[in-house]
Design a protein around this ligand. Structure first.
Ligand code: ZN
Ligand code: ZN
Length: 301
């Protein structure tokens, strides 16, 4: 890697590191200097330093692309907050470093998945890493790359390639059945034996939970039940804030695909969670242990 000296009136590009005429500048703060074996500690090690960086025209375009995508998909800003553009820009920088094509970014889901896989690697390989959070022992204000991304080490490039490989694997994967990890074999509420999820998300498909039997329609007992919830039932319990009749109602409505949120007392009688059914085997369809569940759908629809 060849670090060279900035021409007069230029600043280094915060992403690829080449000299650029300053447009918008950004200030990066180092909280100290990285010690280097065999070299005296620089006085600057003890204090913060400020470094001004800018963007070259190519990386400015990447920034604009990130801003446009965030503007186009409000869900992205909603989920990622104020760092949305920053994180997306960092991820897109990885593509520039590798000379890779931009994968499909047409839906909010595409964008969020992209950020999920790429933004950390992106932040690690940018030129600004020379200065922040700690400055390299020999980093100076007037440093820049002779050619874009020349500062990136082989390890940086491998990090970038791994991130992109992870993204492409996630883009191409298809949902598969993920069985309930509980020995009893079913969701505590609806009793379903397995759910469809992306294999890479398999560890998050089922949510461990504990509950008292009586709010679930079981005999009162001091013994707490423990098991797992499928995503539909977990969301219902999350929304309600506890595992009991209200959450069961919601979970049942969601599973039946009907919009009503409340059952009449008559309908509610006999609504039992699968976990309190003695010796019930796991269900192939949610709430299969409830008598006339299909009839209930018709009544409620
Ligand atoms: Zn650049
Ligand atoms: Zn369930």
């Amino acid at each position: 890697m060849t670090i060279t000296i900035l021409p007069a009136d230029h600043l280094a590009c915060l992403a690829c590191g080449i000299a650029a005429m300053p447009g918008t500048t950004e200030t990066f703060i180092s909280i100290g200097r990285l010690a280097q074996p065999g070299r005296p500690r620089m006085a600057a090690n003890e204090r913060s330093e400020y470094f001004e960086l800018t963007r070259c025209p190519g990386c400015e375009q990447t920034r604009q692309q990130a801003a446009a995508l965030v503007a186009e998909h409000p869900v992205v800003a909603h989920r990622l907050g104020t760092a949305a553009v920053e994180r997306l820009e960092a991820g897109l920088g990885v593509l520039r470093l590798l000379g890779a094509r931009t994968p499909r970014l047409t839906s909010a889901r595409d964008v969020l998945r992209f950020v999920d896989h790429m933004s950390t690697a992106g932040a690690l390989v940018r030129w600004s890493r020379r200065y922040t959070p700690v400055a390299l022992s020999d980093a100076q204000d007037e440093d820049c790359n002779e050619a874009p991304w020349e500062h990136a080490t082989e390890a940086d490039r491998q990090t970038a390639r791994d991130a992109l490989a992870g993204l492409l694997a996630a883009v191409n994967e298809r949902p598969a059945p993920i069985p309930c990890p509980d020995p009893s074999g079913g969701c505590m509420l609806c009793g379903i034996a397995s759910v469809e999820a992306l294999p890479s998300r398999a560890a998050h498909a089922w949510t461990p939970a504990t509950a008292n039997p009586s709010p679930l329609g079981g005999r009162p007992s001091n013994k707490r039940l423990s098991g797992h919830l499928c995503p539909t039932c977990a969301t219902a319990c999350d929304t309600v804030g506890s595992i009991g009749p209200t959450a069961m109602e919601r979970a049942l409505m969601a599973a039946l695909g009907v919009r009503r949120k409340s059952l009449t007392p008559t309908e509610l009688v006999g609504l039992k969670a699968w976990a309190v059914m003695p010796e019930a085997s796991p269900n192939r369809r949610p709430w299969g242990h409830i008598e006339h569940v299909e009839a209930l759908r018709t009544v409620l629809a």
